[in-house]
Design a protein around this ligand. Structure first.
Ligand SMILES: C[C@@H](O)[C@H](NC(=O)OP(=O)(O)OC[C@H]1O[C@@H](n2cnc3c(N)ncnc32)[C@H](O)[C@@H]1O)C(=O)O
Ligand SMILES: Nc1ncnc2c1ncn2[C@@H]1O[C@H](COP(=O)(O)OP(=O)(O)OP(=O)(O)O)[C@@H](O)[C@H]1O
Ligand SMILES: [Fe+2]
Length: 538
């Protein structure tokens, strides 16, 4: 069987033929190279319409027999480019009289790694130009576990290189320059499993403008940005209890990023797979391969329903080719828990949390993060307590060894005991915390503990009883702020965490929100809607 794939979301006019009996993929790509600056949508579309017929012709003439289906990128991407590719794919499927398959480009980026690695249910890090997110499969969809709060990772790097006058694309140039660099301090922003590049990019531009050596800035930019991506990938592995990671997207061609991810996985005993470069950057090969998988599942696209979608999110895709209903929980070990951040030794009275060295990070960045987070975690845990939020008592803090000793609280993590009334309790506590100017930073269902015992099913929501008592732990990513946006991000993180751990997340979320409003500010909920409405995929 032979599947023709066509890709053209932005810069790559690409066609490929996937031949199943030899398991080989022929890819022909014509890249758009802007004369100056970044990608201009109009120029990209002109390039697409010039180049698409030729790359398709080359791919077809390379096929050693008839084509059985045509797969194409439906989105996300630049509208004018997508429409050209959509039109070409529809015309081909009609003239060849074969099925048409509309593929989500981001899902193709992650599925190529899953198909080639043979991994069963990996966490997927997509590090591409216009996107950056961590995905995990659960019950028929790829869930976005964490994502960028502003630009895609490649675009962030490209903006920096434009500022210093380097031609597009910037990623490979930064990688080259970084080879001679030394570490300087730059911002590092991870909030829960989301992350942001705007602060670090403006700091990097300023650093260059004020005379720092460009190699040093490039080196440090890579160290921080890739450590952020690696940290959230590790958090996603830890939250979901998975032990496989695949990488996708053009930035994945960067050797330092692959090295950090491989090292992190190695340290926690997980498997890591990165496809070869021609399958990482935008290419029609990944479209053809996913097209075949979808064809086998009977998931073809009628022409009447094949419109492109420039904001097509990966979590909108109904994953027809996977039927597994996944359990996300892992049985958390008894005495010593290796979280994403720290090793936690659990005694019956005391819990000792030690932030171990992360060897994938630059030593200076590593020392800074471990010390800062240890000190701040102890302070915030105590301050939240004073604000009336149940948290463990802090018995001892040692910033030098990055160790804190806490009181043992609760019997289970919330994710194992999710009930409406416990979620309401969490809502009230988070509201109270925010009123005192404390941002938790990582309020997931793993970072709330609850007293054991079942809640009677007929219990009215809003009642507070001992068995529903919840405690906030792990303030390691917390900080003080009076910005509504920061509070709203806490809500967003909790919302995503519910979605990742419960089948009735929507119901629980409504309970949470109404309880939050008992102690918190309505503005925060309004801001959350704003955040969630923001198109990060444009
Ligand atoms: C929607 C679609 O059009 C978009 N595609 C895309 O962004 O192209 P992709 O090939 O996945 O990634 C290109 C990015 O990858 C970066 N890049 C390429 N080589 C790199 C390297 N060695 N190190 C770092 N970044 C690199 C480039 O600077 C550029 O920003 C996407 O997948 O988000
Ligand atoms: N004070 C405590 N009382 C009881 N259990 C605790 C306490 N602190 C931590 N734990 C247990 O240890 C686990 C890991 O702790 P914590 O979240 O602080 O570590 P972490 O490394 O920051 O984890 P992650 O980054 O994955 O959230 C918690 O999910 C919880 O089960
Ligand atoms: Fe891409």
């Amino acid at each position: 069987m032979r599947i023709l794939g066509v890709e053209g979301t932005a810069w790559a006019a690409s066609a490929a033929v996937y031949t199943t009996n030899t398991d080989s993929v022929f890819i022909e790509t014509d890249a758009y190279q802007p004369e100056s600056g970044g990608i201009h949508p109009r120029e990209a579309a002109e390039h697409m319409s010039d180049a698409i017929p030729t790359v398709i012709e080359t791919a077809l003439s390379n096929a050693d027999g008839p084509i059985d289906a045509v797969a194409f990128s439906r989105g996300p991407g630049l509208g004018p480019c997508l429409r050209i590719v959509g039109t070409a794919a529809r015309a081909l499927s009609q003239s060849l009289d074969v099925p048409l398959i509309g593929v989500n480009h981001m899902v193709a980026h992650l599925e190529i790694g899953r198909q080639q690695s043979g991994f069963d249910s990996p966490i997927c890090l997509n590090a591409s130009g216009a996107n950056a997110h961590v995905l995990g499969y659960r019950n028929g969809r790829y869930r976005v576990l964490g994502e960028t709060m502003d630009t895609g990772v490649g675009n962030a790097i490209d903006k920096f290189t434009r500022h210093v006058g380097w031609s597009h694309p910037g990623g490979p140039k930064v990688e080259e320059a970084a080879k001679d660099g030394e570490y300087i301090d730059l911002p590092y922003v991870v909030k829960g499993m989301d992350f942001s590049f705007s602060g670090i990019m403006s700091a990097a531009k300023q650093a260059v403008d004020s005379g720092e050596a460009i190699e040093d800035v490039c080196f440090s930019l890579q160290e921080n940005i890739f450590a952020m991506l690696t940290e959230v990938a590790e958090r996603a592995l830890s939250l979901t209890g998975r032990d496989e990671l695949v990488l996708g997207g053009g930035v994945g061609q960067n050797a330092r990023l692959r090295e950090m991810l491989a090292e992190m996985c190695d340290q926690r005993g997980a498997k890591f797979y990165a496809p070869e470069p021609r399958f990482l950057r935008d290419n029609a090969g990944m479209i053809a391969v996913l097209g075949k998988v979808m064809l086998d599942a009977g998931d073809t696209t009628p022409v009447s329903d094949s419109a492109v979608d420039s904001n097509y999110r990966p979590d909108q895709v109904e994953v027809s080719w996977r039927t597994d209903r996944e359990e996300v929980f892992r049985n958390v070990g008894e005495r010593e828990i290796r979280g994403a951040e720290a090793t936690v030794s659990i005694g019956s009275e005391r819990v000792t949390k030690h932030r171990a060295v992360k060897s994938y990070r630059h030593p200076e960045l590593d020392a800074r993060l471990r010390k800062e987070r240890t000190t701040l975690e102890a302070r915030l845990t105590s301050d939240a307590r004073r604000a009336g939020v149940p948290t463990p008592v802090v018995y001892d803090v040692d910033p030098a060894t990055a160790t804190v000793e806490f009181e043992h609280v609760g019997e289970n993590d919330l994710r194992e005991e999710l009930t409406a009334s416990r979620v309401r309790d969490v809502g009230r506590h988070l509201g109270a915390m925010h009123r005192e100017g404390i941002v938790h930073g990582d309020p997931t269902t793993r970072n709330v503990r609850c007293a054991g015992g079942d809640t009677p099913p007929n219990e009215r929501a809003g009642d507070s009883r001992e068995s529903d008592r919840t405690y906030f732990i792990d303030f390691g990513l917390g900080y003080y702020s009076d910005d509504v946006e920061d509070y709203a991000m806490d809500l967003h993180v909790f919302n995503q965490s519910l979605a990742g751990t419960s089948d009735v997340a929507d119901e629980l979320w409504r309970e949470f929100e109404s309880a939050y409003l008992e102690t918190g500010d309505e503005q925060v909920v309004t801001q959350l809607r704003e955040i969630e409405g923001r198109g990060r995929y444009q």
